[in-house]
Write a protein of this length. Structure first.
Length: 280
């Protein structure tokens, strides 16, 4: 996922990818685990930051690259672009750029699963900014009341576009919302040991087949909100903040422990750049 996104970031300036891109470089550490605990009949509704979710579930980087180029070989024949990714066979039902939509659609899907008495778990994936939408609070209420089989995954990168949480909310803790509905909730962050992250996610996926569960995942977006640059010139975040999170970034940590992986990253990045060349 990291190599894929670095390749996009490197090549985007050529203006051959004509749709906006919301990279999640710095936020990928938990996403491969979604594939591990997601069952064949489960359903996922994603936000606009959907590349990594698509890679995790659909596992098809070439169709994503084609889609970003508006190619007929893209996952949506080039008609959807980066923010509308879906792949029904893998359970990625939709990615929706209207903030909060993945929550409402997810709850609808979970309600239908409950009525059908099947074993379908729905994942609703969204950001901390979506917690400021009214629909978020209505949906949490309904999911708690009806005990719907849904896992809310809130990826908290502390920013909504360029606005820090401190200018938007009274606390950087999204679990206070599910708590007020008596909903089971968990938190993981980029400092946690991998085994803890894995076991927490396993628990979430298992419990949510029965009742709603809320998982807050703290992470940090190293690139700009939308685009291929590192936007330190905007003044919305400090260089020190960026350097701190770059240092503790789980992928960078892993590369410092296992330097040989840097070779793999380079090889994969080159592979993705070659694919980009194929479709541009
Ligand atoms: C209803 C709605 N309002 C505003 C926007 C503009 N918008 C696009 S992304 C975004 C920020 C969302 O922040 P967050 O939910 O934290 O997700 P992140 O981008 O950090 O992953 C906003 C406000 C939108 N797409 N939809
Ligand atoms: Mg955010």
């Amino acid at each position: 996922m990291r190599a894929f996104q670095l390749a996009i970031a490197d090549e985007y300036h050529n203006q051959k990818m004509r749709c906006p891109v919301h990279l999640s470089i710095g936020q990928e550490y938990w996403l491969p685990l979604v594939k591990k605990f997601f069952q064949k009949t489960d359903r996922c509704f994603s936000s606009h930051r959907s590349h990594s979710m698509y890679l995790a579930l659909a596992c098809d980087p070439e169709s994503l690259i084609a889609e970003l180029h508006g190619s007929a070989f893209g996952s949506l024949q080039g008609l959807g672009g980066s923010m509308h990714l879906k792949e029904l066979d893998s359970g990625l039902e939709a990615s929706i750029p209207i903030v909060g939509s993945s929550i409402a659609l997810g709850v609808g899907s979970a309600l239908s699963a409950k009525h059908s008495k099947n074993d379908v778990l729905t994942i609703s994936y969204f950001g901390d900014g979506a917690c400021e939408e009214g629909i978020f609070h209505e949906c949490l209420n309904l999911a708690a009341l009806y005990k719907l089989p849904i896992l809310f995954i809130c990826e908290n990168n502390s920013y909504s576009c360029n606005t820090h949480y401190s200018n938007r909310q009274t606390a950087n803790d999204m679990t206070r919302f599910p708590l007020s509905h008596g909903m089971t909730n968990f938190k993981i962050n980029n400092f946690d040991p991998y085994l803890f992250i894995e076991s927490t996610m396993e628990k979430c996926f298992s419990l949510a087949r029965d009742r709603p569960v809320f998982l807050e995942i703290s992470s940090y977006r190293l690139y700009e909100h939308c685009g291929h640059l590192i936007d330190l010139d905007r003044g919305d975040r400090t260089y020190d903040e960026y350097l701190y999170y770059q240092r503790i970034d789980p992928v960078n940590q892993m590369l410092s422990i296992y330097p040989n992986l840097k070779n793999d990253e380079t090889i994969w990045k080159k592979y993705y750049i070659d694919l980009i060349r194929k479709y541009e």
